[in-house]
Design a protein around this ligand. Structure first.
Ligand SMILES: [Zn+2]
Length: 247
């Protein structure tokens, strides 16, 4: 381990960490996209439900109208029957009784006609609302379709990107000392955060606690792994000489 350890190894590990954090972010994005697509679909389903309910309302109004019209037809038949009977009756009382029945039918007709007018107004209003709603659903449909396609495209691009990065990663990993990389992977699996912390201006770049002078001196030798006493991350500190590349 001591021999395999070097500043270059730290630099490579730090580079790997950067690309792993990107991979992690891509992975998270990929998990979010299907949920976003589901939400879009749920939105349009809700719109369609409103449209269906409004259609049903119109259907009911039209059905009620038909029932009222049937009532008028039945009344007309009944009225003719009463009139025919009136021509046959022998007494005034019987004639008057039929006349009252006819008046009652006329009154019922009036009520039915009023109801029909009201129902027609309701239907007209519903039809206008439906037309507007249908246009709105069409617009939402189109928007949802476009947004879904965009998300699917993004998903595909991210998947491709991820596959490429994973292949690159596999090749890159061969440059890193096995024990060092094992340690790194154990940390990354557990914490899902970076294992290597940059040390700049005497401070741990991860937890921002000052690095003790003795620790800093040790770390600047790059001879063995030196860890932050606070967050326990592997320290990759700024070299003493500005000629040495960092990070
Ligand atoms: Zn730290």
């Amino acid at each position: 381990m001591v021999n395999a350890f070097s500043r270059q190894q730290l630099a490579l590990l730090y580079q790997l960490q950067g690309s792993d954090l990107e991979l992690l972010a891509t992975h998270k994005q990929l998990q979010v996209i299907p949920r976003q697509i589901e939400q879009l679909q749920a939105g349009i389903t809700k719109y369609r439900a409103v449209l269906t309910a409004k259609s049903a309302e119109l259907g009911e109004a039209e059905k009620a109208q038909r029932a009222r019209n049937a009532e008028l037809e039945m009344n007309a038949v009944q009225r003719e029957k009463y009139k025919a009977e009136q021509r046959e009756v022998k007494t005034n009382e019987a004639y008057d009784a039929l006349e009252r029945q006819i008046e009652f039918l006329n009154q019922k007709d009036g009520e039915a006609e009023d109801a029909i007018l009201e129902l027609m107004e309701d239907s007209d209003l519903l039809k206008a609302e439906l037309t507007e709603l249908e246009a709105e659903v069409d617009r939402e449909d189109k928007k949802t379709f476009e947004q879904t396609a965009e998300l699917q495209q993004e998903q595909k691009a991210l998947e491709t990107q991820m596959t490429e990065k994973l292949a690159e990663r596999k090749a890159f990993l061969t440059k890193i000392d096995k024990r060092l990389s094992e340690h790194y992977h154990r940390w990354f699996e557990r914490q899902k955060t970076g294992f290597v912390a940059l040390g700049e201006n005497g401070t741990c770049g991860s937890c921002h606690i000052a690095i003790q002078p003795q620790t800093l001196k040790e770390a600047q030798k790059y001879e063995k792994p030196v860890y932050c006493s606070s967050c326990k991350r592997l320290l990759y500190v700024q070299p003493l000489s500005p000629d040495i590349p960092f990070p």
